[in-house]
Design a binder for this molecule. Structure first.
Ligand code: GUN
Ligand code: FE
Length: 433
């Protein structure tokens, strides 16, 4: 076997800090050792304790003033929107028509899609994100391009073709039948191939007919372990539109529910304007919400109520929602999340933030046995953070008195410069210098 070890401060979550005492929610090794054998973590603990049992010919990489953490998990992002990030001036529905649809049109060209997919993955890895739930476009080839790029680096990634048969330009719509056939072909070729998974991806209720949503439900019933990935209750005008389009539904989520789209592998982006029944249905079905603070602020959508989601025991992960979101960085995303929660008179403590961006995201995606922390037996996807990446970070962290304080300063002050290296299955997939 190929064995390699990393020596550094190491931090990971082992439980949800909302459920257990904080000290039981994470493990922190000030002088830790992470041992990786054939891509999987084979040991984790104090370096002093583990080193004597390690064969002397094993290569140990030592990092000082660093912190090793699990790779971040992004539970909602659009790879085709990478280059239209920071588009000025409007809220969701105008933003889609003005900027998004013309951009997504370009992905009919597979070569173009491949080029963006490669850059997108590079950008994710540069920011320490190793697993993501990703929107493609309506074009089948856009998802092929994405999966090929992810497979080349052996990344654990989830993607799907957008299903969209109305209320969008002709150049960007499919039909219930073609969306079923294209999705099915992608599932047969890519789902559970290596580390890849397929997500059935109706864009959102307004752009799918009831017939198309039924086809999405059919796919979910025909294959095992498929994800369902869509948007839910992001913007008030969108919510009004959904009520008008689906007058027989008792609320927005009910549109998806009536088409059998709610399950343990369903992830709904945003979920800002929800009623109690919607929280309850999400909870009962084991569905998850992707909390996308940079997008919700940028598009003026609203403030996600984390306390309510937790009260109803709804699974929550963090999403960047690029290009509605404004950063690929999970640090920036947590920074904005903190402020969104502050604005509602609630608090987002640093351990919970860290949990949401790692193990919590993995749990939302039902991948917690594989990624999300550094437990023995899981896949070696991790990040080496440089605590001296910038002068401000360096001086601020030097006066930190606890790991909680260090984490908080990181989520407020750090960016891609703090990501010294990123690993997937024990292989280096990004190095800063
Ligand atoms: N709702 C439907 N499509 C989209 C999209 O591309 N981005 C966001 N943020 N919301 C959506
Ligand atoms: Fe989105």
């Amino acid at each position: 076997p190929i064995i390699k070890a990393w020596r550094s401060a190491i931090l990971h979550c082992i439980a949800n800090p909302t459920d257990v005492a904080h000290e039981q929610a994470f493990q922190y090794f000030e002088d830790g050792l992470l041992v990786v054998e054939d891509g999987h973590i084979s040991a984790l603990g104090d370096a002093q304790t583990l080193l004597p049992s390690l064969s002397p010919d094993i290569d140990v990489e030592h990092h000082s003033n660093a912190l090793i953490i699990p790779g971040f998990i992004d539970t909602h992002i659009h790879y085709p929107q990478s280059d239209m990030i920071a588009s000025y001036g409007v809220q969701l529905l105008d933003w889609l028509n003005t900027y998004t649809f013309p951009e997504e049109r370009k992905f009919a060209d597979k070569d173009y899609a491949s080029q963006v997919a490669k850059r997108f993955l590079e950008e994710l890895l540069r920011n320490g994100t190793t697993t993501a739930l990703v929107f493609g476009t309506v074009h089948k080839a856009s998802v092929e391009a994405f999966f090929e790029a992810a497979e080349a680096q052996d990344l654990r990634m989830i993607c799907g073709k957008v299903m969209m048969d109305r209320h969008a330009p002709d150049y960007l719509t499919d039909t219930p039948e073609s969306s079923y056939q294209d999705s099915k072909a992608l599932i047969e070729n890519w789902h559970e191939k290596g580390r890849l998974h397929y997500a059935v991806t109706p864009r959102f209720a307004p752009t799918s007919s009831s017939e198309q949503l039924a086809q999405a439900g059919k796919l979910l019933s025909e294959f095992d372990n498929l994800y369902l990935h869509t948007h839910l209750s992001e913007n008030l005008k969108e919510c009004e539109w959904v009520q008008a389009l689906f007058p027989d539904s008792s609320h927005y989520l009910d549109v998806y529910d009536q088409h059998q789209l709610l399950s343990e592998r369903s992830v709904f982006a945003h979920g800002i304007h929800l009623c109690d029944q919607e929280y309850q249905r999400l909870s009962e079905t084991g569905s998850a919400i992707a909390f996308c603070p940079t997008s919700n602020l940028f598009l003026g959508s609203g403030l996600f109520n984390l306390e309510k989601a937790e009260l109803h025991k709804v699974n929550v992960g963090m999403g960047t929602d690029v290009g509605g979101g404004t950063s690929f960085s999970m640090f920036s995303t947590l920074n904005e999340a903190y402020k969104v929660i502050q604005m509602q008179g609630q608090n987002l403590d640093p351990m919970k933030s860290f949990y949401l961006a790692t193990l919590g995201g993995a749990k939302a995606l039902r991948l917690e046995d594989r990624v999300g922390n550094l437990a023995v037996g899981t896949e070696a996807d991790f990040v080496i953070l440089d605590k001296a990446a910038t002068p401000l970070l360096n001086t601020r962290l030097a006066r930190s008195s606890s790991i909680q304080d260090t984490l908080f300063a990181l989520m407020i002050l750090a960016d891609d410069r703090a990501i010294k290296a990123t690993y997937a299955m024990g292989q280096c997939v990004h190095r800063r210098d």
